[in-house]
Design a protein around this ligand. Structure first.
Ligand SMILES: [Zn+2]
Length: 615
């Protein structure tokens, strides 16, 4: 850091001629604006600065590949924007007065050095403390010092005000715990940095209209005490919430997308742009297969394949590993009881379900699908029974579900063969399977997920769309395990999907379904989820959101289970580590707020940005 040196500018508020009074809260002393002093040789009076107004002086550096008229137009637009801000100045004028001067362009050959080493390029020493120095690039993203006077910008005017916002001390989150608040309609937020209400010309700082109206995702009110004109931006990019005008001049908003306006006390994730945040995720060691997570009669358990510390690849018949089980003891999210072995030689992804007071596992092995009963003792450890080998299942990938109180074992083999199903009943605690029946019409490119709800066994599959893409497809099976109907579910990608179902009065015919997947067709991808919404025009009635799990990618769809009102999610990361979130609904306790950028700029930002004079 070296040493900071402080220069104290003293002044007498009653006598502007004495000292360095900056009467307009812009950090520029009046005696510079009158021309009495010319800091660094700059004649601020000639540039247009005036005592009693907020002035902002920009020294603009370009490259030879950008026509000066472009830069001139860009900064004229910036000037117009700042002039229109509702900031009252001591002399009765409003806005911030921008005075920019463009210095001779740099050769294009210097671009790489400058973009690659932001900190080494600063305004000329005599101009420090007077100007904001803005370097314009044709093709480089913006960067700026937060509380400072340096910025690199692209050729858009909105990027200039974004980066200058950083100079003024503004941050992407709008000084709240989390980014992407829908009601922080600011060019500083990545949700709105390209414009407001789909209009790039409306990009700008937040006026803080909603600063006294924080939102709580666990207790939302769909009534906004604001006229629709003030909140219409919420129906634009990126969130596209649905609004309704009320005759008393207020507005209703459908935060949870269920087609019902004006609900109170609802819970919803409302700031999912750029990824649903699932709180802190808990690391649970290694994984070499898709994790299974289950609420076993109030106890949360995780099963995963492991191959010791060597070998990073997924379990296979050439390289099997053990299937292990762990129980959460709590109360902290990282408190789990040690592993028990369920299956010594697992060759792929297992499945599990809870029925008849016990946990049942189905696991692929070289000899076929092995089923076991697992009893969980009160101290959290697991008592694992002898295996039962399901006949004629070598190479099959099992999916267990409980439907009408009975275990069902689905068996996937390949894309060309219908998924088979076996009923499973228990005889003196041993699983016994009935004969296998193919389910006509249930084809999937990958193994399936399954869950029971609303009198239906739901099966999540991936099928070739008419456009020949691998699309998510949901099948509804009747009690006799026949396909009743099927539908596309918005998403696309390779690999098995996981599915959860819950009753929801907004969707009486179907209930709510949550589909979880690994996106894309590569070995690794983001976690994606889709839920039903009331608006068919959006992806056929599905809201797709990807999960932000700290930048890590996943090898498979996560294991998911309803747990304590939320969704618990177990993730198999690209580095073969196992991570768990208890909050996959993305509904967080911190308030979602607005921030008054304009107040900040007027009273703090302008004066606290140029007073740092880096050497
Ligand atoms: Zn930024």
């Amino acid at each position: 850091m070296g040493e900071d040196r402080w220069i104290h500018f003293s002044y007498d508020e009653k006598d502007p001629d004495k000292g360095y009074l900056a009467s307009a809260e812009d950090g520029i002393p009046d005696c510079w604006k009158t021309g009495r002093m010319k800091p660094g040789g700059l004649d601020l009076k000639a540039l247009g600065c005036k005592v009693g107004r907020r002035d902002l002086v920009l020294e603009v550096q370009t490259f030879e590949d950008i026509p000066e008229t472009n830069v001139r137009n860009q900064f004229d637009r910036v000037t117009k924007y700042f002039a229109g801000l509702p900031i009252k100045n001591p002399d009765g004028s409003t806005g911030v007065f921008v005075h920019s001067f463009i210095v001779p362009p740099r050769p294009v050959s210097e671009k790489g050095a400058i973009s690659g080493d932001f900190d080494s390029f600063r305004p000329p020493v005599p101009h420090r403390g007077v100007v904001h120095w803005v370097q314009v690039f044709k093709d480089v993203g913006g960067v700026a010092t937060i509380w400072g006077h340096r910025a690199q910008v692209n050729e858009t005017w909105a990027n200039v005000i974004h980066e200058l916002g950083h100079n003024f001390g503004l941050v992407h989150e709008g000084y709240q715990e989390r980014p992407y608040s829908p009601i922080y309609g600011s060019v500083m937020s990545y949700s709105y940095s390209y414009g407001i209400a789909d209009d790039p010309e409306k990009a700008g700082y937040s006026y803080g209209l909603f600063k006294d109206h924080p939102l709580n995702e666990r207790n939302l009110d769909e009534h906004l005490p604001f006229p629709i004109d003030k909140v219409r931006f919420l129906s634009g990019r990126p969130y596209r919430y649905h609004l309704k005008e009320v005759s008393d001049g207020t507005t209703l908003i459908d935060w949870n997308w269920n087609g019902v306006f004006g609900e109170k006390g609802i819970a919803a994730d409302i700031d999912w742009e750029a990824g649903r945040r699932t709180f802190d995720n808990v690391g649970l060691g290694r994984a070499n297969s898709t994790p299974v997570i289950l609420d076993a009669n109030g106890r949360l358990v995780v099963l995963t394949g492991q191959r010791g510390t060597s070998g990073g690849d997924p379990l296979s018949s050439d390289a099997p590993g053990k299937l292990t089980i762990r129980s959460w003891t709590g109360p902290n999210e990282d408190q789990w009881i040690g592993e028990s072995e369920v299956e010594p030689e697992a060759t792929g992804d297992a499945s599990a379900a809870y029925a008849d007071g016990a946990l049942w596992t189905a696991c692929p092995t070289r000899a076929g699908v092995s089923m076991r009963r697992v009893d969980l003792t009160t101290d959290g450890s697991a008592k694992v029974d002898e295996p039962f080998l399901v006949p004629a299942t070598v190479g099959a990938i099992p999916t267990l579900a409980v439907h009408n109180g009975e275990l069902r074992l689905l068996l996937w083999r390949d894309a060309g063969r219908p998924v088979g199903v076996r009923g499973v009943y228990t005889d003196r605690d041993k699983p016994v399977t009935k004969s296998e029946t193919p389910i006509d019409g249930l084809l999937s490119l990958y193994p399936v997920g399954a869950t029971s709800g609303g009198g239906t066994l739901w099966v999540s599959a991936v099928a070739k769309s008419p456009q020949n893409k691998p699309k998510w497809r949901l099948f509804r099976l009747s009690d006799d395990m026949k396909v009743k109907s099927s539908e596309w579910s918005a998403g696309e990608g390779a690999g098995r999907l996981q599915i959860l179902w819950e009753a929801d009065k907004a969707y009486p015919a179907t209930g709510q379904t949550h589909v979880f997947a690994r996106g894309g067709t590569d070995t690794f991808g983001d976690i994606w989820t889709a839920t039903r919404i009331a608006y068919k025009e959006r992806e056929g009635g599905w809201l797709q959101i990807h999960h932000d799990v700290g930048g890590a990618q996943t090898r498979s769809a996560p294991g998911v289970a309803f747990f304590r009102g939320d969704i618990a999610m177990a993730m198999w990361r690209g580095d073969n580590s196992l991570y768990l979130s208890f909050h996959a609904r993305g509904i967080r306790p911190e308030p979602v707020r607005d921030y008054d950028d304009i107040w900040h700029i007027a009273h703090v930002g302008l004066q606290q940005s140029i007073n740092v004079m880096e050497r």
